[in-house]
Design a protein around this ligand. Structure first.
Ligand SMILES: *[C@@H]1O[C@H](CO)[C@@H](O)[C@H](O)[C@H]1NC(C)=O
Ligand SMILES: *[C@@H]1O[C@H](CO)[C@@H](O)[C@H](O)[C@H]1NC(C)=O
Ligand SMILES: *[C@@H]1O[C@H](CO)[C@@H](O)[C@H](O)[C@H]1NC(C)=O
Ligand SMILES: *[C@@H]1O[C@H](CO)[C@@H](O)[C@H](O)[C@H]1NC(C)=O
Ligand SMILES: *[C@@H]1O[C@H](CO)[C@@H](O)[C@H](O)[C@H]1NC(C)=O
Length: 499
């Protein structure tokens, strides 16, 4: 055990020492590390490089809740706990003895074309996908041995939805495949019994949650395990560290998999390969550990809602802003859409994803395989966020407003050798200093700029004089619980229809 610890510490040292370490070296040091089923040991595992380099993934909330497609993916729970819209809907449209389980036979997925989904997600510029394999309703989207008659093969589509989607992603795209999995189930009798016992019994995790996790990893080899539904009980109840130690030491994806932080009521914003803290998490500052903002296009739901209107959707500009802010601060963006029970993706969601793709086609070099710069945001211009290429060291200033005549920057210190270019625009740009000593970069006329500059302008800066010592104060892991998300719940750009 002592020996293993030394090896683990050495591996961490190597990760710190080389930003791009030779493949051979990383594989060797990885092979010799055995992680203990403790958070202390599991947190020492270096993340596989692909996850940090990807920056952008697609989250897909799909399940039996897509059949009522009302209120949110929490429909069952809200119906049973007094939500008026859910109760009125059920009273008006269904007989009194209708159960939530009865919705499953109407989950047809008749138009589910996994190859089309794969192409849409690839066109968005995302580098990974995360599908709900099982939400809090307990219905498994694969033919699980542990969910008899409450899975997508036995009732509903009569198809292995997870398997078909996994094959399409793996065969047709370069995207990484990931799965969401809910630990608890609102109404599972074994879970409710453990809960009534104050979680002193562990029948539900042993008979259901854990066997399912091993089953999906062995069958579909997902490279992201996005856990959720953990918050009512400790990670000891769930035996999360036992599972993750297996995932990192022995599973078929041990070298490439990443997991989030939702593994028990004491683990969020602390443990795992990356932190999610809360939904729509946007700290607005550099965090001491890799993190991810999971954000849904429909502001009010993760699952599809039939009564969704366009004013409920985040705009392309807002989504580009969320991605930029996350990447500048060491995070990724996991952007969610909810497909219909027919298996289609609403055209408005497809359009948002294509808009992200068109922006990334032009501006992706400021996002993918970048790292946080010395400054995350500008000192005088509230619309500018920075990233830096891992490979070339070039600094990107991402101005999150439509192109104007010029852009003022306070943080970068220009040298005589500094040149400024704009992505999707011509040549080298002129710049001057204003009376305050800030740099004013002159932009070419709009007709010489790419169309994506209606959302943002990305400047490329080289040969700057900035020194790492001028970095603003950084927060530490122990300060993390105090960090609040800055993402606005109210949409300030809410589209209003003009007469
Ligand atoms: C996926 O690709 C593998 C390897 O090329 C092939 O054997 C398999 O038949 C493909 N599956 C589908 C469903 O296309
Ligand atoms: C976490 O869950 C355990 C049961 O597993 C419970 O005893 C404990 O009080 C919970 N802690 C918090 C902070 O809610
Ligand atoms: C937790 O999981 C590990 C790995 O599967 C296993 O060895 C251990 O016995 C489990 N612990 C409990 C309390 O079930
Ligand atoms: C950005 O930077 C300024 C100072 O340079 C700081 O006061 C501000 O809080 C930062 N964060 C955000 C989210 O604007
Ligand atoms: C920048 O553009 C604004 C108008 O958008 C103009 O008033 C200002 O003089 C310009 N500054 C410089 C230094 O060109």
């Amino acid at each position: 055990m002592h020996m293993q610890l030394v090896v683990a510490v050495f591996a961490v040292y190597l990760t710190a020492a080389y930003s791009q370490w030779p493949d051979e070296l990383s594989r060797k040091s990885q092979d010799s590390v055995k992680y203990e089923p403790t958070w202390e040991s599991l947190d020492k595992r270096p993340n596989p490089e692909w996850y940090d380099d990807s920056k952008f993934g697609i989250f897909i909330h799909w399940g039996v809740f897509s059949v009522p497609a009302l209120v949110s993916e929490w429909f069952w729970y809200t119906w049973k706990t007094g939500n008026k819209q859910a109760q009125d809907f059920m009273r008006t449209n269904y007989p009194p003895d209708f159960t939530y389980g009865d919705f499953a036979k109407d989950f047809h997925a008749s138009f589910f074309d996994p190859v089309h989904w794969a192409k849409v997600f690839e066109s968005s510029g995302a580098k990974y996908v995360v599908l709900t394999s099982k939400h809090h309703e307990g219905y498994t989207m694969w033919p699980s041995k542990y969910s008899f008659n409450w899975n997508s093969m036995d009732v509903g589509p009569n198809r292995d939805l997870v398997g078909e989607f996994a094959t399409a992603i793996k065969n047709q795209t370069k995207l990484k495949f990931g799965l969401y999995h809910s630990m608890f189930e609102w109404f599972h009798p074994l879970y409710l019994e453990d809960k009534a016992n104050g979680y002193r019994t562990r029948n539900f995790p042993d008979a259901k949650a854990l066997p399912e996790l091993y089953e999906i990893v062995r069958t579909y080899e997902p490279e992201v395990i996005w856990s959720d539904g953990e918050w009512e009980a400790s990670s000891t109840y769930w035996n999360s560290t036992g599972f993750i130690a297996w995932l990192f030491n022995e599973s078929p994806v041990k070298d490439t998999v990443v997991t989030n932080d939702r593994w028990g009521n004491e683990t969020r914003c602390k443990h795992g390969s990356f932190l999610t803290c809360e939904d729509s998490f946007d700290p607005g500052q550099l965090l001491p550990k890799k993190w991810e903002n999971c954000l849904t296009v429909d502001m009010y739901s993760w699952g599809y809602r039939r009564d969704m209107v366009v004013e409920n959707l985040r705009t392309a500009a807002e989504l580009i802003e969320a991605l930029t802010r996350a990447v500048s601060c060491g995070g990724n963006l996991l952007l969610n859409i909810g497909p219909t029970s027919d298996g289609t993706i609403a055209s408005i969601f497809q359009e948002r994803l294509y808009q992200m793709g068109s922006w990334l086609d032009v501006n992706g070099e400021a996002i993918y395989a970048t790292k946080p710069w010395i400054h995350q945001n500008d000192t005088v211009n509230p619309h500018v966020w920075y990233t830096q290429s891992k490979k070339t060291g070039l600094v990107y200033a991402i101005y999150l407003q439509p192109a104007k005549k010029n852009i003022t920057l306070g943080a970068p210190k220009f040298s005589k050798l500094t040149t400024v270019k704009v992505l999707g625009g011509p040549g080298v740009l002129k710049w001057t200093l204003d009376e305050q000593g800030n740099t004013v970069v002159k932009l070419p006329p709009r007709d010489e700029l790419d169309d994506t500059t209606v959302w943002s302008v990305v400047l490329v800066l080289d040969n700057l004089k900035n020194k790492p010592s001028e970095a603003p104060p950084r927060i530490t892991m122990s300060m993390l619980p105090q960090v609040r998300s800055m993402w606005r719940d109210e949409n300030p750009h809410k589209q209003t229809r003009k007469a």
